[in-house]
Design a protein around this ligand. Structure first.
Ligand SMILES: Cc1cc2nc3c(=O)[nH]c(=O)nc-3n(C[C@H](O)[C@H](O)[C@H](O)COP(=O)(O)OP(=O)(O)OC[C@H]3O[C@@H](n4cnc5c(N)ncnc54)[C@H](O)[C@@H]3O)c2cc1C
Length: 483
C-alpha cells in the first residue's frame, strides 16, 4: 500500500498533524504501537494550555506555544473537547522571587503573550483567596487555560479518520527502509510505504530516527508524578497555580481540571526507562508537600488516584522539527509546552512538507467539526428526556460516580477511533474516572465491550496486550455448562 504521508505515533501531535493534512487530497496513515491512541505522554500530563512566557525568546517552543495557545479554544470547540480559559498564576513566596517574575513578564511580552500582569500581594489574594498567606505576588497570564489532553488526542485522530485518514493500532514500527520514491515502514512482517514520513513517536523518537540513520539527537524520559483529588476538593481554586520555575521545568503546580477535579504535580525525575510510569511514596510526598504550601486548606484525603507521565526531553533544548533526509521529518523532543503547541505544530509541519514538494490540494468536503460523545450529565432535563426517548440506553446509568450512561459508552465504542478496552471507554466517557475508580462500573463496562465488539468476556482487556480482566471461570459456571 502506498500512502502520501505516514505518521508514526498517534499521540496529540501525530493526531493533530493527521487532522491538518486530512484537509487535502492525500492518502494518510497513522501507525501506533499501542492498542489505542492517547496512550503515551498525552495520556498523563498537567493539561495546561500554557500562555507562552516560559520558553526562551526566539525558540520554536516559544513561537509554537503562543500560536498554539491562540488556536486552542476554537479548535476545541470544533472538536467538541473540553477547554476552559481559567488563567494562570506564577506565584512568588519570597520577595526576591519577584525579580524572576519580572523576567518572565518581560520574556512573555517579547514572545507575544497578551494581557500579562504582575500582581501585588493584595490583588493576588483577592483573585485566589485560598492561596497561602506566604504568597507575596505573582505573574498573571489571562490566556492560560486548561484542556482535556486525551480527549483532544482522540478527537483529533477521530476527525482525521472521518476525513479519510487511516489508523493502524498495535503497529509498532521496527524497521524503516528507503526505496526510490519514499520509505517502507515495517512492523515485523507487515509493511507499508509512504512518500513522506513523520516521526511523532514521543519518547521513542530518537530510536525511530536512528532507523533512517539519523543520530543527531537523543531523548531522555523525565517522569512527572501526580495526584488527582475528587470534585469536592477543588474548593475556591480557579486558576492554575505555578511556582517560580527552575532548571528542571515549571515546578509542581496545583490546578483545577476541566472536569472539576484538583490536580497536583508533577515531579521532575530523569530516568533511563521509557516505559516506567510507576509512582513512588517519595514522589507523591513531594507533590503533597507542595500542595500544602500553596493551598494550606487542601483536603488531601480526597485523593482518588495517582499516576505518572514521561516527558520526552530532547538533547537540543528546543522542539526538534527537522528533516534529516528528503521526505522524512522528525517532530521530536516535544516536551512541555507540547500539548499547548500541538495545533500550531500541525500547521507548521504541513507547511514544511509542502515546502519539500508535498502537493496540498484542498478537499471541498473536509469536515472541520466532530460530533463529540453526548455528555448526558451536562444536558438540561428537557434534553435528557428527549435523548432517552430517542435511545433508552441513555436512561441506564453505568458509572454512578460520574453519571455516565450506557448510551455514551456505546457511542464511544462505535465512533472513530472506537474504544476497544476498559481504559479506552474511561478516556472517552469518564466511566471509571470517579471516586470508586471503576470498582462498580468496571464489570458492567466489560459486558458492554464484549457485546459491542462481539468478543467473549475473557477477551476484554483493560488496556490491550495481556491485560485481561476475566481469567477462567468460577466453579458455578462450570457446573452450569455441564448441566
Ligand atoms: C509530566 C508532564 C507534564 C506535562 N504538562 C504539560 C502541560 O501542562 N502543557 C503542555 O503543553 N504540555 C505538557 N506536557 C507535554 C505534553 O504532554 C507533550 O508535549 C505531548 O503530549 C506530546 O505528544 P506526542 O504526540 O508528541 O507524544 P505521545 O503522546 O507520547 O505520542 C507518541 C506516540 O508514539 C507511539 N510510538 C512510539 N514509538 C512508536 C513506534 N516505533 N511505532 C509506532 N508508534 C510508536 C507511542 O505509543 C505514542 O502513542 C507534559 C508532559 C509531561 C510528561
Amino acid at each position: 500500500m502506498l500512502y502520501d504521508v505516514a505518521i508514526i505515533g498517534a499521540g496529540v501531535v501525530g493526531g493533530l498533524i493527521a487532522r491538518e493534512l486530512s484537509r487535502y487530497r492525500l492518502k494518510i496513515v497513522m501507525v501506533e504501537r499501542s492498542h489505542d491512541v492517547a496512550m503515551g505522554t498525552t495520556k498523563a500530563n498537567s493539561a495546561i494550555v500554557h500562555a507562552g512566557y516560559d520558553a526562551e525568546c526566539g525558540s520554536l517552543k516559544a513561537k509554537l506555544n503562543v500560536e498554539g495557545s491562540r488556536m486552542m479554544e476554537s479548535l476545541c470547540r470544533k472538536l467538541g473537547v473540553k477547554y476552559l480559559r481559567n488563567g494562570s498564576l506564577v506565584v512568588a513566596y519570597r520577595p526576591q522571587d519577584m525579580e524572576r517574575i519580572g523576567k518572565l513578564y518581560e520574556r512573555g511580552k517579547k514572545n507575544g503573550v497578551e494581557g500579562l500582569e504582575i500582581l501585588d500581594t493584595e490583588k493576588l489574594h483577592q483573585m485566589e483567596p485560598s492561596l497561602s498567606q506566604e504568597a507575596v505576588g505573582a505573574l498573571f497570564a489571562p490566556s492560560g487555560a486548561i484542556v482535556c489532553p486525551y480527549e483532544l488526542n482522540i478527537a483529533a485522530v477521530g476527525n482525521a479518520m472521518d476525513n479519510g485518514a487511516e489508523l493502524l493500532l498495535d503497529w509498532e514500527v521496527t524497521k524503516i527502509t528507503e526505496d526510490g520514491d519514499g520509505y517502507t515502514l515495517w512492523s515485523g512482517e507487515n509493511h507499508l510505504s509512504a512518500r513522506y514520513v513523520i516521526n511523532a513517536s514521543g519518547v521513542y523518537a530518537d530510536h525511530v530516527a536512528a532507523m533512517v540513520g539519523d543520530s543527531s539527537f537523543t531523548i531522555r524520559p523525565r517522569k512527572g508524578q501526580y495526584m488527582l483529588l475528587d470534585h469536592d476538593c477543588v474548593g475556591s481554586v480557579t486558576h492554575t497555580l505555578f511556582n517560580v520555575p527552575n532548571e528542571l521545568g515549571k515546578g509542581i503546580l496545583v490546578t483545577p481540571t476541566v472536569d472539576q477535579n484538583l490536580l497536583l504535580g508533577p515531579t521532575a525525575e530523569d530516568q533511563e526507562d521509557r516505559e516506567d510510569v510507576s509512582t513512588t511514596p517519595e514522589g507523591l510526598e513531594k507533590v503533597q508537600e507542595n500542595a500544602r504550601k500553596v493551598i494550606p486548606s487542601v483536603n488531601l484525603r480526597g485523593v482518588i488516584t495517582a499516576f505518572a507521565g514521561l516527558r520526552a526531553v530532547g538533547s537540543t533544548g528546543d522542539f526538534i522539527i527537522e528533516s534529516p533526509r528528503q521526505g522524512f521529518w522528525n517532530v521530536a523532543g516535544i516536551e512541555s509546552p507540547g500539548l499547548s503547541s500541538a495545533p500550531a505544530i500541525a500547521v507548521y509541519v504541513t507547511e514544511l512538507l509542502a515546502g519539500q514538494g508535498l502537493l496540498l490540494e484542498e478537499k471541498e468536503d473536509f469536515m472541520e467539526e466532530r460530533v463529540a460523545v453526548h455528555r448526558f450529565n451536562e444536558l438540561s432535563m428537557e434534553e435528557k428526556n428527549r435523548v432517552i426517548r430517542e435511545n433508552p440506553l441513555y436512561g441506564h446509568v453505568i458509572c454512578r460516580c460520574e453519571s455516565i450512561t450506557e448510551g455514551e459508552i456505546v457511542e464511544a465504542i462505535r465512533q472513530n477511533p472506537g474504544a476497544r478496552d476498559l481504559d479506552g471507554v474511561k478516556r472517552r466517557t469518564r466511566a471509571g474516572m470517579g471516586r470508586c475508580q471503576g470498582g462498580f462500573c468496571g464489570p458492567l463496562v466489560t459486558e458492554i465491550l464484549s457485546r459491542e465488539l462481539g468478543i467473549p468476556l475473557e477477551k476484554v482487556t483493560k488496556f490491550g496486550g495481556g491485560s485481561y480482566l476475566n481469567v477462567g471461570k468460577t466453579r458455578e459456571e462450570h457446573i452450569h455448562e455441564n448441566d
